[in-house]
Design a binder for this molecule. Structure first.
Ligand SMILES: [Zn+2]
Length: 317
């Protein structure tokens, strides 16, 4: 028996069930609502999020991993309200999202100072609540491993080794940033089997994807619905090919979508990316995978068994 922290408290890993491994409840401009609270209608946003979560739950989604950290407007008390009212299990994250520099506070401080904050989020609670982080998040985009990004990767590795909580990343797959992340993690002594290299599904490059998995990491085929980067049909074909080659035990599925993002005028996103929502995998992707020859057992591996194994690998080292 192993337990995992959700935003509403610990659960047994056997209760995770069908899990979307990289989503967001809200994606908000860091600091915006604290400065201009008139822009944030909390009641309406929470109500809409509860409705979206209930709908996902009715379509079989039991757990979501919300990888919203500093840099994406993390607001854990609001996420907890959404989870409590909707019945969906939400695992929340600590870490930091930047593609280049770190926020001013951390510029004059080292990775250790950053890791301390991540560990406190995991062991004590996030933003003054009792909700603890169940996963660590960091990012490397097309800018590569800048000094700021490297500091975050090292801090995440330190916090992981201290707590045993798994690591999940954002990458720019086309420039093969996942390999750079693995290099830093390996230097910090991280067992790469405890990491998920995210956004790997943005590429069809089997050679790159097999390199990532050969080093032990799971890969996140986690941007279903972002059809402007890669349409569903190509994402599905890549997964089907990798399943055929025996990799169903190292892939996890998700959308990297959210209930609300404030980066664009409302309506713009759903107009540009009509399939970018929590029902796309249950309604469209899973049937397409089955039609492409992926077995029911492999579907269960990617949606249930692998998430469970990721959270069952516990303990610092
Ligand atoms: Zn994301």
């Amino acid at each position: 028996m192993a337990t995992v922290e959700t935003v509403t408290g610990p659960i047994d890993t056997s209760e995770l069930g069908f899990t979307l491994m990289h989503e967001h409840v809200f994606v908000l401009t860091e600091g915006l609502n604290a400065n201009f609270p008139r822009l944030w209608n909390r009641g309406a946003r929470v109500a809409a999020a509860i409705a979206a979560m209930r709908e996902a739950n009715a379509h079989g989604v039991q757990t979501m991993v919300d990888l919203t950290v500093m840099g994406l407007g993390r607001d854990v008390a609001t996420v907890r309200d959404v989870a409590a009212a909707s019945g969906i299990q939400i695992i929340v994250a600590t870490g930091l999202l930047t593609h280049d520099d770190v926020p001013s506070y951390f510029q004059s401080r080292d990775a250790e100072a950053m890791a301390k904050q991540f560990v406190a989020d995991i062991e004590q609670g996030i933003q003054g609540t009792e909700s603890r982080a169940g996963i660590l998040k960091c990012a490397t985009d097309h800018q590569g491993v800048t000094p700021g990004v490297e500091k975050v990767l090292r801090a995440v590795a330190l916090a992981h080794r201290r707590t045993g909580v798994p690591i999940s990343t954002h990458t720019h797959a086309l420039s093969e940033q996942g390999l750079r992340q693995q290099d830093i993690f390996a230097l910090e002594g991280v067992d790469l089997r405890r990491t998920v290299i995210g956004h790997s599904g943005d590429t069809e490059d089997i050679v790159y994807l097999e390199k990532l998995m050969a080093r032990g990491s799971y890969i996140g085929m986690d941007r279903f619905g972002i059809d402007n980067i890669l349409p569903m049909e190509k994402r599905v074909a890549t997964i089907a090919k990798l399943c055929e080659r025996g990799h169903a035990d190292q892939m996890v599925l998700s959308h990297d979508t959210c209930c609300h993002i404030d980066w664009f005028e409302p309506g713009l996103v759903s107009e540009a990316l009509p399939r970018w929502h929590f029902l796309h995998i249950p309604n469209d992707v899973l049937p397409a995978l089955r039609a492409a020859g992926v077995s029911e057992e492999q579907v269960t591996q990617m949606t249930v068994d692998n998430p469970r194994r990721i959270f069952e690998a516990q303990g610092g080292y």
